[in-house]
Design a protein around this ligand. Structure first.
Ligand SMILES: Nc1ncnc2c1ncn2[C@@H]1O[C@H](COP(=O)(O)OP(=O)(O)OP(=O)(O)O)[C@@H](O)[C@H]1O
Length: 271
């Protein structure tokens, strides 16, 4: 966890630490402005939802934050330092991780192999360590630590019994658990979840939500792109609505629901 440092970041009015700060972000693809002057921050220990209709710019924003795309303009700061233009692995190593869909090639590998291939976090002081302290021996092999950690994370997400199963045989929900488990291996402070509930049955959806809330209570911070509006409204304390590349509204679920502009311009009066 990072201590609040007033010199390296701007918090909200209440002074809550915001590890992720996005300012004036803009991305043009040829003649299309996919993301247009987007500014927001994500406060520590919160669940923040990023929603918007198809083509609103959510995925592009995620890709700009995580270094998959370079912005045309604007900055991304993480833990007080500018990370704009860094490579995705450099950003992940700093503690800002995102989930990735299991690639086709990885479907032919087992869950355990998928986990072992995930980017390795630094074993040391971390949020995960505070949840699952390891017994520290006199000789510490990094790979042994990594394997232990893999099993801890699999156990936490209750998919350890699937370790030898091919990823391609997993259900939609089990895949999402594996995606999140892989992201957690990098030992992040902040997790960006890309449609974590898509294709997930109600039972696993409940379990996923429980895991997310439990991690949040432990101090992890989440930014979630999700199409299911009710899930975001019922679980996030803060919701950012994008529309046509811009931020239409940023507020609590109650504020979003009451927003005329959101209802008219985006939700078609169905909230
Ligand atoms: N690589 C690209 N080249 C050209 N245009 C792109 C590219 N990526 C995204 N766009 C365009 O940018 C706009 C925003 O797309 P983006 O995928 O970020 O929206 P989204 O909110 O994630 O949509 P969805 O919910 O459908 O995934 C769209 O008009 C899209 O067609």
């Amino acid at each position: 966890m990072v201590e609040d440092d007033p010199e390296t970041h701007a918090g909200d009015e209440a002074g809550r630490y915001a590890p992720l700060e996005v300012e004036g972000l803009r991305k043009e693809f040829g003649g299309i402005t996919a993301v247009d002057d987007v500014t927001f921050d994500v406060e520590e220990g919160t669940l923040t939802g990023l929603i918007g209709p198809n083509g609103a710019g959510k995925s592009t924003t995620f890709n700009l934050i995580t270094g998959m795309l370079d912005p045309t303009d604007g900055t991304v700061r993480f833990n007080g330092e500018e990370i704009t233009g860094l490579q995705p692995h450099e950003i992940a190593n700093r503690g800002l991780a995102r989930t990735f869909q299991i690639a086709r090639e990885l479907e032919e590998m087992t869950v355990l192999e998928n986990m072992m291939l995930a980017p390795k976090g630094q074993v040391g002081e971390s949020l995960w360590r505070s949840i699952m302290p390891l017994t520290r021996g006199s000789v510490r092999e990094q790979e042994t630590e990594q394997l232990k950690r893999v099993w801890e994370v699999l156990d936490f997400f209750e998919i350890d019994h699937l370790a030898q199963e091919y990823a391609g045989n997993l259900s939609g929900g089990q895949r999402k658990l594996l995606e999140m488990a892989r992201a957690l291996l990098t030992d992040p402070d902040v997790l960006l979840l890309d449609e974590p509930f898509a294709g997930v049955n109600p039972t696993l959806e409940k379990r996923l939500l429980e895991h997310i809330h439990e991690l949040r209570e432990r101090g992890y911070t989440f930014l979630i792109v999700e199409h299911d509006m009710d899930l975001i409204m019922n679980n996030c304390e803060r919701v950012i609505v994008m529309h046509q590349g811009r931020i239409l509204k940023d507020g609590t679920p109650a504020e979003i629901k009451e927003s005329e502009e959101v209802i008219e311009a985006y939700l078609g009066g169905e909230v």
